[in-house]
Design a protein around this ligand. Structure first.
Ligand SMILES: [Zn+2]
Length: 243
């Protein structure tokens, strides 16, 4: 499913934001989204848009339609408010494939899913230029849905134009050294993006995803931003292959 925000005809490379779940871009790549040059319509691609995750265990798969509809509505309103095109790929997230507390997802099922995700993202990228900037999650905390999206884009495009944003709120729960070592092992170098004056805008952006914000989410996101700001304010961080 795709929604167009407005007509094209803009100058410069496309900016495509790959979001494993509705909210990941608002959480981790908000500075990058706000930084898209005026005149360029960003594209938001939400990959695992089917869910029954309501923050209580056990999950209730019979709630999948209601939860999915709620999440898609939140995503749609966020995209509209930020002038972005929106694509929902409709994959089932881990709450539906392998609910927490249950058996792990079989390896063969995971591999088949990875192939389908690669195929779907390949179709999205078929109409995206080689010069495009592609934002993917870094993969901190190894959430399988995040890794599937990251690895599919890397498999399809290599490192060219790929920008890795930090997964939140997960990154807040890792020491700085662990994050840096994880990113360096991927051959990446950091860039901090100042969010100090944009923080209230980020909170407004996150408020679109009210159904996914647990009470501890915003304090964790802010704590990570302050850590990155190193006493001088608030920041997000992205990683890229050093030129
Ligand atoms: Zn996510």
């Amino acid at each position: 499913m795709a929604e167009r925000a407005r007509g094209r005809g803009e100058e410069g490379p496309e900016h495509v934001f790959f979001s494993p779940h509705p909210d990941d871009v608002a959480l981790g790549a908000y500075a990058s989204l706000l930084g898209v040059p005026r005149g360029i319509v960003p594209t938001l691609v939400t990959v695992f848009s089917q869910s029954c995750w309501e923050f209580v265990l056990p999950v209730d798969p019979s709630r999948a339609m209601a939860v999915t509809s709620l999440r898609m509505g939140e995503d749609r309103r966020f995209a509209r408010a930020h002038g972005a095109d929106l694509v929902h790929l409709g994959f089932r997230d881990t709450s539906l494939r392998a609910p927490p507390g249950g058996p792990a997802e079989p390896e063969a099922a995971r591999e088949a899913l990875a192939a389908r995700v690669r195929l779907a993202l390949g179709e999205v990228l078929a109409s995206v230029s080689e010069e495009a900037l592609l934002y993917v999650p870094l993969g901190i905390s190894s959430h399988v849905d995040h890794l599937l999206v990251r690895d599919a884009v890397r498999a399809l495009r290599g490192e060219r134009g790929v920008v890795y944003y930090e997964d939140l709120p997960y990154s807040a729960h890792h020491p700085e050294d662990e994050i840096v070592d994880y990113a360096w092992a991927l051959g990446l170098s950091p860039r901090c993006l100042d969010m100090t004056t944009l923080w209230s805008a980020k909170l407004r952006g996150l408020s679109f995803y009210a159904s996914q914000l647990e009470p501890q989410t915003l304090p964790a996101v802010e704590a990570h931003a302050r850590r990155l700001g190193a006493g001088r304010g608030l920041a997000e961080r992205v990683w890229t292959v050093a030129p």
